[in-house]
Design a protein around this ligand. Structure first.
Ligand code: SF4
Ligand code: SF4
Length: 331
C-alpha cells in the first residue's frame, strides 16, 4: 500500500488482538520505523479497558506526512488497515468494523485469503493471511513479530530493513537472546504472508458493531448483572497456539489440575470408586474457558494432561460442557 492519506491526512491502522500477544509492541515498532525511516509523524496508543491478559485489546497507529501535525488521539474507527492477531476474534469482536472495503485485512490464520473470505463473508478488497502462530512456535517467540512481517508485506511506505533495528531496540536491553529469533520470525512472517486482491467487493465502509446487551435501555433494575460474568464469555480467543489434551485412561482424578486452573475449566461428575465409595471423577475440559496457560499440564502427576498445538475445531469437538444447572448452561 502506498501512503494514501484519508480525508484527515492520516493513514490509520488498527491492531485487533488479545492482551499478552504483543500487539502494542508491534504498534510501537511501526510508529518508530515510520518516524525514523520514512520521516513521517506517527502516534501509537492502545485501548486496554479494565481487563487483564487474555482480554481483547485494540491498538491504534496513525501516520501523517511531516507537514501534518497529529492532534487526533481518538480511537481509529475507520482504518485503512486492520490486522487481526487471532482468527477466533472474528467470533466475538467486530474486528472489521469501519474498515474501508478498499483497505487491507491481515489475519493470523492457517487459512488462505479465499478460504477466510468465504468463512466470514468478508467484503474487503485485499486480504492477507499468515500462520503467525506456527512461525512463532517454530522460533519459540511470540506471534507479534510474525504479524509485523505480514503487515510489512502489504505496506511500501515503511522500510522493512529497519525492522531489525526496531526489534533490537524493543528486546535488546532486557532480552538480548530474543533479538535474533524475533528477526527470523519477522522475516518468515513477511515471506509467508499470502495476499489476494478481490475485484468483486462492494464499495463503502462496513460498520458491523453489535448493540451491547447491557445498555441504558436494556440493563436490569439497579444495574444488576444477572448470571455469571466471565463464565458467560467465550474465552477461546485468548489461547496463543497451545492447549491441554486430556487422556482419560491415565487420569487418577487427583484434582491437582483443578486446583491450579485459573478459569475453572475442569468438569467433574460424582460416581463411586472400585470399593463403592463416593468420589468425583474428572470428565474433561470445557475449552470454552481455557486460555491455554498449561498450568494443569505442569502439575498432572500421571501425564493425563499433555500440551498440544491447537488444531482447528479440536476444542469444539472435545469440549465437555460445564453443566451450570442453575443457569441453563452456556452453549
Ligand atoms: S492432575 Fe492429571 S491425574 Fe489429576 S485429576 Fe487432573 S488430569 Fe487427572
Ligand atoms: S491450560 Fe489448563 S490450567 Fe490453563 S486455563 Fe486451560 S485448563 Fe485451565
Amino acid at each position: 500500500m502506498e501512503f494514501i492519506p484519508n480525508k484527515h491526512g492520516f493513514v490509520e491502522i488498527r491492531l485487533e488482538s488479545i492482551g499478552g500477544q504483543g500487539a502494542y509492541s508491534v504498534g510501537q515498532m511501526l510508529a518508530q520505523i515510520g518516524v525514523e525511516g520514512s520521516h513521517l509523524h506517527a502516534i501509537c496508543f492502545a485501548d486496554y479497558g479494565s481487563e487483564k491478559k487474555g482480554a481483547p485489546v485494540k491498538t491504534f497507529v496513525r501516520f501523517a506526512k511531516d507537514d501534518v501535525t497529529i492532534l487526533n488521539y481518538s480511537p481509529v474507527n475507520e482504518p485503512q488497515i486492520v490486522a487481526v492477531f487471532h482468527e477466533l476474534l472474528f467470533k466475538t469482536q467486530p474486528v472489521t468494523d469501519g474498515l474501508h472495503t478498499d483497505g487491507i485485512l491481515i489475519v493470523n490464520t492457517d487459512q488462505t485469503p479465499e478460504q477466510l473470505r468465504a468463512m466470514y463473508n468478508l467484503n474487503v478488497k485485499t486480504i492477507v493471511t499468515v500462520d503467525a502462530t506456527k512461525i512463532a512456535l517454530q522460533y519459540k517467540t511470540k506471534l507479534n513479530t510474525a504479524m509485523l512481517g505480514a503487515i510489512f508485506s502489504s505496506l511500501n511506505f515503511l522500510d522493512p530493513t529497519l525492522a531489525a533495528d526496531a526489534i533490537e531496540k524493543m528486546f535488546g536491553y532486557k532480552y538480548p537472546h530474543l533479538v535474533e529469533p524475533n528477526v527470523s520470525t519477522f522475516k518468515d512472517g513477511m515471506e509467508q504472508a499470502q495476499t489476494h486482491v478481490f475485484t468483486d467487493v462492494e464499495a463503502g465502509i462496513a460498520h458491523t458493531r453489535k448493540p451491547t446487551p447491557f445498555g441504558y435501555e436494556t440493563q436490569n433494575q439497579g444495574g444488576e448483572i444477572a448470571g455469571p460474568n466471565s463464565y458467560t464469555k467465550n474465552l477461546t480467543a485468548s489461547r496463543e497456539g497451545m492447549m491441554p489434551e486430556y487422556l482419560n485412561e491415565k487420569c487418577i482424578h487427583c484434582s491437582n489440575c483443578d486446583n491450579v486452573c485459573p478459569d475453572f475449566c475442569f468438569v467433574w461428575e460424582e460416581g463411586v470408586d472400585a470399593r463403592g465409595r463416593a468420589q468425583m471423577f474428572l470428565q474433561g475440559i470445557d475449552y470454552n474457558y481455557c486460555k491455554g496457560c498449561l498450568k494443569c499440564v505442569e502439575v498432572c502427576p500421571t501425564q493425563a494432561l499433555v500440551s498440544m498445538v491447537e488444531e482447528r475445531d479440536y476444542a469444539d469437538a472435545h469440549r465437555v460442557q460445564k453443566p451450570f444447572d442453575f443457569l441453563g448452561g452456556v452453549k
